[in-house]
Design a protein around this ligand. Structure first.
Ligand SMILES: Cc1cc2nc3c(=O)[nH]c(=O)nc-3n(C[C@H](O)[C@H](O)[C@H](O)COP(=O)(O)OP(=O)(O)OC[C@H]3O[C@@H](n4cnc5c(N)ncnc54)[C@H](O)[C@@H]3O)c2cc1C
Length: 534
């Protein structure tokens, strides 16, 4: 423990932090504080300042100092989440900006591990691994251009590689965690001072910090397992007439383990996506399609197929499913796609042009321009992780919520669609997405491309519409919880404590009391040390 004077006040702390990280990395200007006081979903308290350490050593000294001052700490990666998960919950909070800790520290193709700083983005990780022909099994969320590996492990992620390998934390070999008193806790098997090479050595301590929302400690360094990038991939897309058939197909495709990732859209979401994509985006995407193929001729053929199919590859009332298979041999990938076709046909699926599946892989980490709708309206997803057997019934109950609320939703100008993805061989994610007229925040301006933002109308404040969305979100989450769904990105939005048995709660509270006795890390997240709902 550092010996720090009890008279350390919030005002006195800024120069002390500046002495650790440099004055340019301690911000108290209104623009930064405003940015850090809202996520994509809602506004909260302003932090008193934002501090950005650049190394594990600086992070450790920062945390010890802020804790000694008795201030709350809100860890923040790129801020690309929407469950009030990094927002200050009480006055006198310091926002911990992890984006300076963005380095890939070591790639070890011999040991098949990579070690990154907690603020490293998924895009930077993949760029560093590509020249080695390597990647991590789960290799990023769609927000990976900016979103961080520390944030992704704290909230857990779905998407690239998830249909085969599961969520982000399945790739973890070891973590270096900075605790409240500044101590560094390192997990995994390996020599002291060296990166771990294997995760499991006694109880799984890394697991404690995966999905913890930053309430137990700060992810300073992360070591992940590597695999060779499969040399073959191929794509297939299907259209279904009902959500039930789509989910039955996704469940069986999951059991069969044929996809590395699959995602599906309902007619509502497909409509928004088609309105949004601009011609300029189409051209730059087609250029990337050409570049991805092994020869120019093949690339031009693929690009031509996509351009000719255009945006009319499915009927307006179709549910579309896009599946990517990968493997070491072309024959194995072809066999997986053949099995996918057999399964989809058995669920009344009709094969359609595979442009969207192909485009998903061509630009896995697009700019985050989808966080406002095509008319500048606000966007916020909500999700539940359902068992393969429960998914169709869960979906139908969520649909019933929307049907019951239709008059209010329509009156408030709220529209909704669904995204569906899969997790390994045993879970599906059902993700309703809301669009509604409401003003944008500083985070939208920060995360979106300037030229895209400039084309969108500016919506005025509309608290009544937001109240309607809040109520719809609450009712949808209630359906998910009633069916025993799990949740990623729990933050202050999803119930967690409510679903745990008394023995688990006692263990969680005991761990919190041991690791963060003053309850300063992210109070309220996971419902620990404060109110859990937003
Ligand atoms: C356009 C868009 C697409 C998206 N696509 C996907 C997707 O495909 N799959 C998916 O799973 N999610 C997706 N998301 C959701 C979101 O981007 C992810 O949850 C992402 O992991 C957030 O990372 P971040 O770095 O922005 O974390 P933040 O939002 O900054 O923080 C997330 C949580 O982690 C904590 N935290 C952050 N860094 C640390 C650290 N180093 N140590 C301890 N705690 C920390 C924060 O306190 C907070 O509780 C998407 C979001 C957007 C906007």
């Amino acid at each position: 423990m550092l010996d720090i004077s009890k008279e350390l006040t919030p005002d006195a702390i800024a120069p002390r932090l500046a002495a650790i990280v440099g004055a340019q990395n301690v911000a108290a200007d209104p623009a930064t504080l405003t940015l850090h006081s809202a996520d994509i979903w809602r506004r909260a308290e302003s932090p008193i300042l934002a501090v950005a350490p650049g190394s594990t050593e600086e992070l450790s000294r920062v945390i010890a100092l802020v804790h000694a001052a008795g201030l709350a700490i809100a860890p923040r990666g790129a801020g690309a989440s929407y469950t009030a998960a990094y927002l200050p919950a009480r006055a006198g909070t310091v926002s911990l900006d992890m984006t300076r800790m963005d380095q890939v520290l070591a790639v070890d193709p011999g040991a098949m591990t990579v070690t990154v700083q907690g603020g490293c983005t998924w895009a930077a990780l993949n760029a560093a691994l590509k020249p080695h022909g390597l990647r991590t099994p789960f290799w990023g969320p769609m927000s990976g251009l900016v979103s961080t590996i520390g944030g992704g492990l704290s909230q857990l992620n779905a998407m690239f590689g998830a249909a085969r390998y599961g969520t982000s934390s399945e790739s973890v070999v070891g973590l270096a965690i900075v605790l409240a008193d500044g101590q560094v806790l390192r997990t995994g098997a390996g020599l002291p001072g060296a990166a771990p090479f294997y995760r499991h050595y006694g109880p799984d301590l890394a697991g404690l910090f995966c999905g913890d929302g930053g309430v137990f400690g700060i992810k300073a360094e992360v070591t992940l397992r590597l695999m060779r990038i499969p040399s073959h991939e191929d794509y297939v897309s299907f259209a279904f007439k009902t959500g039930r058939d789509l989910l039955l197909a996704m469940a069986e495709l999951s059991r069969a383990g044929v996809a590395s990732e699959m995602c599906a859209f309902d007619p509502g979401l497909a409509e928004v996506r088609m309105k949004r994509a601009s011609l300029a985006e189409d051209f730059s995407t087609l250029r990337r399609v050409v570049a991805k193929e092994s020869t120019l001729l093949k690339g031009l053929q693929q690009a031509a197929k996509i351009a000719i199919a255009g945006r009319d590859i499915m009927a307006p009332d179709d549910y579309s499913l896009h599946l990517i298979a990968e493997g070491r041999a072309a024959a194995a990938v072809a066999a997986d796609l053949a099995e996918a076709r057999r399964i989809a046909a058995g669920c009344h699926g009709r094969e359609i042009e595979n442009s969207i599946a192909r485009l998903i892989r061509v630009t896995p980490f697009p700019p985050l321009n989808s966080i406002l709708g095509p008319s500048g309206e606000r966007w916020a997803p909500v999700h539940g992780i359902a068992s393969l057997t429960a998914a169709p019934a869960v979906f139908e109950e969520v649909e019933a919520v929307f049907a019951a609320m239709k008059p209010e939703l329509t009156a408030a100008g709220v529209s909704a669609g669904y995204l569906y993805t899969s997790l390994s061989t045993n879970a599906l994610i059902i993700e309703p997405v809301f669009y509604w007229p409401e003003e944008r925040y500083a985070i939208h301006e920060k995360l979106m491309e300037t030229q895209h933002l400039a084309r969108l109308p500016v919506q005025p404040a509309n608290p009544a519409a937001t109240a309607t969305v809040t109520e719809a979100r609450r009712r949808v989450i209630e359906v998910f919880a009633r069916h025993g769904c799990g949740f990623f990105q729990i933050g202050r939005t999803y119930p967690y404590r409510e679903s745990r048995d008394p023995a688990s709660l006692a263990l969680l509270d005991g761990i919190k009391a041991l690791l963060d006795p003053a309850q300063n890390f992210n109070p309220g997240v996971l419902g620990i040390s404060g109110a859990g709902t937003d």
